[in-house]
Design a protein around this ligand. Structure first.
Ligand SMILES: Cc1cc2nc3c(=O)[nH]c(=O)nc-3n(C[C@H](O)[C@H](O)[C@H](O)COP(=O)(O)O)c2cc1C
Length: 216
């Protein structure tokens, strides 16, 4: 850890260390019960420093990953790089059929909505062993884990896809390989307004218990 970099998390235990498979914590239960994404229109400075963001990413990658493929990678945007990338997004937006000036301006400002933005790239390898679907699920878990790590460290965040996640020109701009696609962009900063709780799913329509005995 470089001098002057705030240490957010304990050091990772050495590989092979005995670990606790359950870690009861009222704080974590409260945290999970009350967690909320930020509103994308109300994110601002301060965000994590580059050193702090690095630590968030070190925690984010601690997700289930079948056969330890590490089927994901990150592209980070902080400070000026968001402006340069925004210019390229504006160029791409301007090429879309029927594009208007406001679409171009909106594209230029997309990444300026938060001080730190992390593009999560799903990077599965079809090796005939770990299904690609499982590797993609691991990328989703990683996105959520990054949000949790940011929230637990005091920053607000939101996971957004928007058109830039599904555009071939943006993929090319970001250097995505044939097997890769974007899982989305995680915006991290400080909330300038409190997000409101939303309607939550009613479990009654979502859960069914397998019966004790299968009827004849
Ligand atoms: C993969 C994924 C992509 C999303 N993309 C968008 C988006 O493009 N625009 C948007 O307004 N919300 C998007 N959302 C939803 C926001 O993240 C939303 O605010 C979030 O689901 C709120 O959840 P929470 O109330 O549990 O924090 C996306 C969510 C996911 C999981």
């Amino acid at each position: 850890m470089a001098l002057g970099v705030t240490k957010l998390f304990p050091d990772p235990p050495p590989t092979g260390s005995p670990m606790l498979a359950a870690r009861p914590s009222g704080d974590v239960r409260n945290f999970l019960a009350l967690r909320k994404s930020a509103n994308k229109l109300f994110l601002s400075e301060p965000g994590p420093t580059p050193g702090e963001l690095q630590q968030l990413l070190e925690i984010a990658v601690r997700v289930p990953d079948h056969r330890k493929m590490s089927p994901w990678r990150f592209i980070t945007f902080q400070g000026q790089s968001r402006l340069g990338f925004g210019k390229e997004l504006a160029r791409i937006a301007g090429k879309k059929p029927g594009a208007e000036e406001r679409d171009v301006l909106e594209a230029a400002g997309l990444l300026l909505r938060a001080p730190s933005v992390v593009a999560v790239v799903s990077s599965p390898v079809d090796d005939g062993k770990t299904p690609v679907w499982e590797q993609e699920l691991s990328a989703g878990a990683l996105c959520y884990n990054l949000l949790l790590a940011a929230n637990a460290s005091g920053w607000a965040g939101v996971w957004l896809s928007e058109w830039i996640t599904f555009n071939k020109d943006v993929d090319a701009l970001m250097g995505l390989k044939q097997n890769e696609r974007l899982a989305g962009f995680i915006y991290i900063g400080t909330a300038t307004a409190k997000p409101q709780e939303r309607i939550r799913p009613d479990l009654s329509g979502l859960v069914s218990a397998w019966p004790d005995s299968v009827p004849d």
